[in-house]
Design a protein around this ligand. Structure first.
Ligand SMILES: NC(=O)c1ccc[n+]([C@@H]2O[C@H](COP(=O)([O-])OP(=O)(O)OC[C@H]3O[C@@H](n4cnc5c(N)ncnc54)[C@H](OP(=O)(O)O)[C@@H]3O)[C@@H](O)[C@H]2O)c1
Length: 253
Protein backbone atom coordinates (compact mmCIF):
# COMPACT_ATOMS: atom_id res chain seq x y z
CA UNK A 1 0.00 0.00 0.00
CA UNK A 2 0.96 3.62 -0.40
CA UNK A 3 1.31 5.94 2.60
CA UNK A 4 2.18 9.62 2.86
CA UNK A 5 3.24 12.03 5.58
CA UNK A 6 2.73 15.74 4.95
CA UNK A 7 3.60 18.66 7.22
CA UNK A 8 1.55 21.85 7.20
CA UNK A 9 -1.75 20.28 6.11
CA UNK A 10 -4.07 22.84 7.69
CA UNK A 11 -4.03 25.28 4.77
CA UNK A 12 -2.23 26.45 1.63
CA UNK A 13 -0.25 24.04 -0.52
CA UNK A 14 -0.16 21.38 2.20
CA UNK A 15 -3.95 21.14 2.41
CA UNK A 16 -4.46 20.69 -1.35
CA UNK A 17 -1.59 18.20 -1.61
CA UNK A 18 -3.10 16.22 1.27
CA UNK A 19 -6.55 16.33 -0.36
CA UNK A 20 -5.26 15.04 -3.72
CA UNK A 21 -3.24 12.24 -2.09
CA UNK A 22 -6.33 11.02 -0.23
CA UNK A 23 -8.35 11.26 -3.44
CA UNK A 24 -5.79 9.04 -5.16
CA UNK A 25 -6.21 6.37 -2.49
CA UNK A 26 -3.08 7.03 -0.41
CA UNK A 27 -3.27 6.57 3.40
CA UNK A 28 -2.27 9.88 4.96
CA UNK A 29 -0.63 11.14 8.14
CA UNK A 30 -0.92 14.93 8.45
CA UNK A 31 1.11 17.16 10.73
CA UNK A 32 0.30 20.74 11.78
CA UNK A 33 -0.78 22.61 14.90
CA UNK A 34 -4.33 22.95 13.56
CA UNK A 35 -6.42 19.97 12.54
CA UNK A 36 -8.38 19.97 9.25
CA UNK A 37 -11.71 18.19 9.66
CA UNK A 38 -12.35 18.18 5.88
CA UNK A 39 -9.51 15.70 5.37
CA UNK A 40 -11.33 13.03 7.44
CA UNK A 41 -14.37 13.35 5.14
CA UNK A 42 -12.23 13.18 2.00
CA UNK A 43 -10.48 10.10 3.40
CA UNK A 44 -13.81 8.42 4.16
CA UNK A 45 -15.20 9.19 0.69
CA UNK A 46 -12.13 7.51 -0.82
CA UNK A 47 -11.91 4.58 1.62
CA UNK A 48 -8.55 5.62 3.02
CA UNK A 49 -7.50 6.57 6.53
CA UNK A 50 -6.54 10.08 7.49
CA UNK A 51 -4.64 10.43 10.78
CA UNK A 52 -3.74 13.84 12.15
CA UNK A 53 -0.83 14.54 14.50
CA UNK A 54 -1.06 17.87 16.22
CA UNK A 55 2.54 19.03 16.47
CA UNK A 56 4.36 22.33 16.74
CA UNK A 57 7.41 21.99 14.51
CA UNK A 58 9.16 24.76 16.45
CA UNK A 59 9.37 22.48 19.50
CA UNK A 60 11.97 19.70 19.08
CA UNK A 61 10.41 17.50 21.80
CA UNK A 62 7.01 17.57 20.04
CA UNK A 63 8.67 16.68 16.75
CA UNK A 64 10.48 13.74 18.37
CA UNK A 65 7.22 12.50 19.91
CA UNK A 66 5.38 12.70 16.59
CA UNK A 67 8.29 11.10 14.73
CA UNK A 68 8.26 8.18 17.19
CA UNK A 69 4.52 7.66 16.58
CA UNK A 70 5.18 7.61 12.84
CA UNK A 71 8.06 5.15 13.29
CA UNK A 72 5.66 2.85 15.16
CA UNK A 73 3.27 3.07 12.19
CA UNK A 74 6.12 2.25 9.78
CA UNK A 75 6.92 -0.83 11.86
CA UNK A 76 3.61 -2.27 10.60
CA UNK A 77 4.67 -1.90 6.92
CA UNK A 78 6.89 -4.12 4.76
CA UNK A 79 8.79 -4.13 1.48
CA UNK A 80 5.58 -4.13 -0.57
CA UNK A 81 4.67 -0.73 0.84
CA UNK A 82 5.74 2.75 -0.15
CA UNK A 83 6.11 5.97 1.84
CA UNK A 84 5.96 9.55 0.59
CA UNK A 85 7.10 12.38 2.86
CA UNK A 86 6.35 16.00 1.94
CA UNK A 87 8.15 18.52 4.14
CA UNK A 88 5.85 21.42 3.29
CA UNK A 89 5.30 23.42 6.51
CA UNK A 90 7.34 26.61 6.81
CA UNK A 91 7.28 30.10 8.22
CA UNK A 92 8.43 33.30 6.54
CA UNK A 93 9.15 35.53 9.56
CA UNK A 94 11.36 37.23 10.64
CA UNK A 95 11.21 39.63 7.69
CA UNK A 96 13.62 42.44 8.61
CA UNK A 97 17.22 43.55 8.27
CA UNK A 98 19.65 40.83 9.43
CA UNK A 99 21.22 43.17 11.98
CA UNK A 100 17.89 43.50 13.84
CA UNK A 101 17.11 39.76 14.10
CA UNK A 102 17.33 38.15 17.53
CA UNK A 103 18.83 34.75 18.35
CA UNK A 104 15.33 33.56 19.43
CA UNK A 105 13.80 34.53 16.08
CA UNK A 106 16.59 32.72 14.23
CA UNK A 107 16.24 29.62 16.41
CA UNK A 108 12.44 29.47 15.91
CA UNK A 109 12.72 29.83 12.14
CA UNK A 110 15.50 27.29 11.75
CA UNK A 111 13.69 24.79 13.97
CA UNK A 112 10.52 24.96 11.83
CA UNK A 113 12.08 25.37 8.38
CA UNK A 114 15.28 23.32 8.66
CA UNK A 115 15.88 21.21 11.78
CA UNK A 116 12.42 19.63 12.11
CA UNK A 117 12.06 18.71 8.41
CA UNK A 118 15.63 17.34 8.30
CA UNK A 119 15.10 15.31 11.46
CA UNK A 120 11.75 13.97 10.25
CA UNK A 121 13.19 12.94 6.89
CA UNK A 122 16.34 11.40 8.41
CA UNK A 123 14.33 9.28 10.86
CA UNK A 124 11.62 8.12 8.44
CA UNK A 125 14.15 7.34 5.71
CA UNK A 126 16.28 5.33 8.18
CA UNK A 127 13.28 3.17 9.08
CA UNK A 128 12.35 2.75 5.39
CA UNK A 129 15.92 1.64 4.59
CA UNK A 130 15.87 -0.87 7.48
CA UNK A 131 12.53 -2.31 6.37
CA UNK A 132 13.10 -1.99 2.59
CA UNK A 133 10.05 0.26 2.25
CA UNK A 134 10.33 2.38 -0.91
CA UNK A 135 10.72 6.07 0.02
CA UNK A 136 10.05 9.27 -1.93
CA UNK A 137 10.77 12.51 -0.06
CA UNK A 138 9.96 16.07 -1.13
CA UNK A 139 11.30 19.21 0.52
CA UNK A 140 9.22 22.22 -0.50
CA UNK A 141 11.69 24.99 -1.28
CA UNK A 142 11.50 28.49 -2.74
CA UNK A 143 13.09 30.73 -5.36
CA UNK A 144 14.37 32.58 -2.28
CA UNK A 145 16.88 29.74 -1.83
CA UNK A 146 18.83 31.13 -4.78
CA UNK A 147 17.64 34.76 -5.02
CA UNK A 148 18.53 37.03 -2.07
CA UNK A 149 15.86 39.55 -0.99
CA UNK A 150 16.32 42.49 1.39
CA UNK A 151 14.91 41.47 4.79
CA UNK A 152 14.68 37.75 4.02
CA UNK A 153 18.12 36.53 5.20
CA UNK A 154 16.61 33.92 7.52
CA UNK A 155 14.12 32.44 5.03
CA UNK A 156 16.56 32.60 2.06
CA UNK A 157 19.35 30.89 4.00
CA UNK A 158 17.02 28.27 5.50
CA UNK A 159 15.60 27.31 2.08
CA UNK A 160 19.13 27.25 0.58
CA UNK A 161 20.07 24.91 3.36
CA UNK A 162 17.15 22.58 2.53
CA UNK A 163 18.23 22.55 -1.13
CA UNK A 164 21.72 21.39 -0.18
CA UNK A 165 20.31 18.91 2.34
CA UNK A 166 18.14 17.48 -0.47
CA UNK A 167 21.11 17.08 -2.82
CA UNK A 168 23.27 15.50 -0.10
CA UNK A 169 20.77 12.97 1.23
CA UNK A 170 19.86 12.03 -2.36
CA UNK A 171 23.54 11.48 -3.17
CA UNK A 172 23.86 9.17 -0.15
CA UNK A 173 20.85 7.13 -1.30
CA UNK A 174 22.33 6.91 -4.81
CA UNK A 175 25.69 5.74 -3.47
CA UNK A 176 23.96 3.18 -1.25
CA UNK A 177 21.87 2.04 -4.26
CA UNK A 178 18.67 2.01 -2.22
CA UNK A 179 16.44 3.27 -5.04
CA UNK A 180 14.97 5.86 -2.65
CA UNK A 181 14.37 9.33 -4.14
CA UNK A 182 14.57 12.74 -2.48
CA UNK A 183 13.84 15.97 -4.34
CA UNK A 184 13.07 19.61 -3.62
CA UNK A 185 10.13 21.40 -5.23
CA UNK A 186 9.80 25.17 -5.72
CA UNK A 187 6.06 25.96 -5.95
CA UNK A 188 6.52 29.60 -7.05
CA UNK A 189 4.41 32.44 -5.65
CA UNK A 190 1.00 31.17 -4.45
CA UNK A 191 -2.08 32.89 -3.04
CA UNK A 192 -1.74 31.75 0.60
CA UNK A 193 -1.47 33.10 4.11
CA UNK A 194 2.31 33.26 3.70
CA UNK A 195 1.84 35.85 0.93
CA UNK A 196 -0.57 37.83 3.15
CA UNK A 197 2.14 37.99 5.81
CA UNK A 198 4.69 39.11 3.20
CA UNK A 199 2.37 41.89 1.93
CA UNK A 200 1.80 43.16 5.47
CA UNK A 201 5.54 43.87 5.87
CA UNK A 202 6.79 47.38 6.46
CA UNK A 203 8.82 48.77 3.53
CA UNK A 204 11.77 49.50 5.82
CA UNK A 205 11.90 45.78 6.68
CA UNK A 206 11.22 44.49 3.17
CA UNK A 207 12.20 46.83 0.35
CA UNK A 208 10.31 44.86 -2.34
CA UNK A 209 6.98 44.77 -0.52
CA UNK A 210 5.25 46.82 -3.27
CA UNK A 211 6.25 44.25 -5.88
CA UNK A 212 4.58 41.50 -3.82
CA UNK A 213 1.42 43.64 -3.44
CA UNK A 214 1.43 43.94 -7.25
CA UNK A 215 1.63 40.14 -7.60
CA UNK A 216 -1.70 39.94 -5.75
CA UNK A 217 -3.32 42.87 -7.60
CA UNK A 218 -2.23 41.59 -11.01
CA UNK A 219 -3.40 38.02 -10.32
CA UNK A 220 0.11 36.60 -10.66
CA UNK A 221 -0.17 34.34 -7.59
CA UNK A 222 -0.93 30.69 -8.40
CA UNK A 223 -3.79 28.74 -6.87
CA UNK A 224 -2.51 26.06 -4.52
CA UNK A 225 -4.67 23.39 -6.11
CA UNK A 226 -2.99 23.73 -9.49
CA UNK A 227 0.47 23.72 -7.88
CA UNK A 228 -0.46 20.68 -5.75
CA UNK A 229 -1.56 18.86 -8.92
CA UNK A 230 1.88 19.38 -10.47
CA UNK A 231 3.64 18.28 -7.27
CA UNK A 232 1.60 15.07 -7.09
CA UNK A 233 2.32 14.29 -10.76
CA UNK A 234 6.07 14.69 -10.15
CA UNK A 235 6.32 12.74 -6.90
CA UNK A 236 4.10 9.83 -7.91
CA UNK A 237 5.99 9.26 -11.17
CA UNK A 238 8.72 7.47 -9.16
CA UNK A 239 10.46 5.84 -12.13
CA UNK A 240 11.21 9.21 -13.69
CA UNK A 241 12.14 11.21 -10.58
CA UNK A 242 15.66 12.64 -10.86
CA UNK A 243 17.12 12.01 -7.44
CA UNK A 244 18.41 15.18 -5.74
CA UNK A 245 16.89 17.50 -8.34
CA UNK A 246 15.40 20.89 -7.43
CA UNK A 247 12.12 20.83 -9.38
CA UNK A 248 10.57 24.17 -10.27
CA UNK A 249 6.89 24.87 -11.05
CA UNK A 250 8.08 27.22 -13.83
CA UNK A 251 9.03 24.17 -15.87
CA UNK A 252 5.46 22.84 -15.72
CA UNK A 253 3.36 25.91 -16.63
N1 LIG B 1 3.17 30.96 -0.69
C1 LIG B 1 4.17 31.21 -1.50
O1 LIG B 1 4.15 32.14 -2.33
C2 LIG B 1 5.39 30.32 -1.47
C3 LIG B 1 6.42 30.57 -2.40
C4 LIG B 1 7.54 29.73 -2.41
C5 LIG B 1 7.62 28.68 -1.53
N2 LIG B 1 6.60 28.49 -0.63
C6 LIG B 1 6.74 27.35 0.29
O2 LIG B 1 5.60 26.50 0.13
C7 LIG B 1 5.30 25.83 1.35
C8 LIG B 1 3.84 26.03 1.71
O3 LIG B 1 3.62 27.41 1.85
P1 LIG B 1 2.15 28.01 1.99
O4 LIG B 1 2.21 29.35 1.35
O5 LIG B 1 1.14 27.01 1.56
O6 LIG B 1 2.10 28.24 3.57
P2 LIG B 1 0.87 28.67 4.51
O7 LIG B 1 -0.39 28.85 3.73
O8 LIG B 1 1.39 29.80 5.34
O9 LIG B 1 0.68 27.37 5.42
C9 LIG B 1 1.73 26.98 6.26
C10 LIG B 1 1.44 25.61 6.83
O10 LIG B 1 2.55 25.29 7.69
C11 LIG B 1 2.08 24.95 8.98
N3 LIG B 1 2.98 25.44 10.03
C12 LIG B 1 3.51 26.67 10.16
N4 LIG B 1 4.20 26.76 11.31
C13 LIG B 1 4.11 25.55 11.90
C14 LIG B 1 4.59 25.01 13.13
N5 LIG B 1 5.30 25.73 13.99
N6 LIG B 1 4.29 23.73 13.43
C15 LIG B 1 3.53 22.96 12.59
N7 LIG B 1 3.06 23.42 11.41
C16 LIG B 1 3.33 24.70 11.09
C17 LIG B 1 0.73 25.64 9.11
O11 LIG B 1 -0.11 24.87 9.99
P3 LIG B 1 -0.56 25.34 11.47
O12 LIG B 1 -0.52 26.85 11.48
O13 LIG B 1 -1.92 24.75 11.62
O14 LIG B 1 0.44 24.74 12.38
C18 LIG B 1 0.18 25.59 7.68
O15 LIG B 1 -0.54 24.40 7.47
C19 LIG B 1 6.29 26.41 2.38
O16 LIG B 1 7.38 25.54 2.50
C20 LIG B 1 6.73 27.71 1.76
O17 LIG B 1 8.01 28.11 2.21
C21 LIG B 1 5.51 29.26 -0.58
Amino acid sequence: MKYAVITGISEGLGFDTARFLLESGIQLFGISRTNQEALYDIGQENNVDYIHYSCDLSVAQEVNKTTNKLLDELDKLDENDQLFLVNNAAVIHPIKKSTTISQEELAYHYQVNVLSPMNLMNQLLRKCCEKHISFVGVNVTSGAAINPLFGWSTYCSAKASMNMYTKTIALEQDELKTGNKIIAFNPGVMDTKMQEIIRSSDKKDFLQVEQFKQYKNQGVLSLTESVAGVLIDIMTDEANIINGDIYDIKDYT
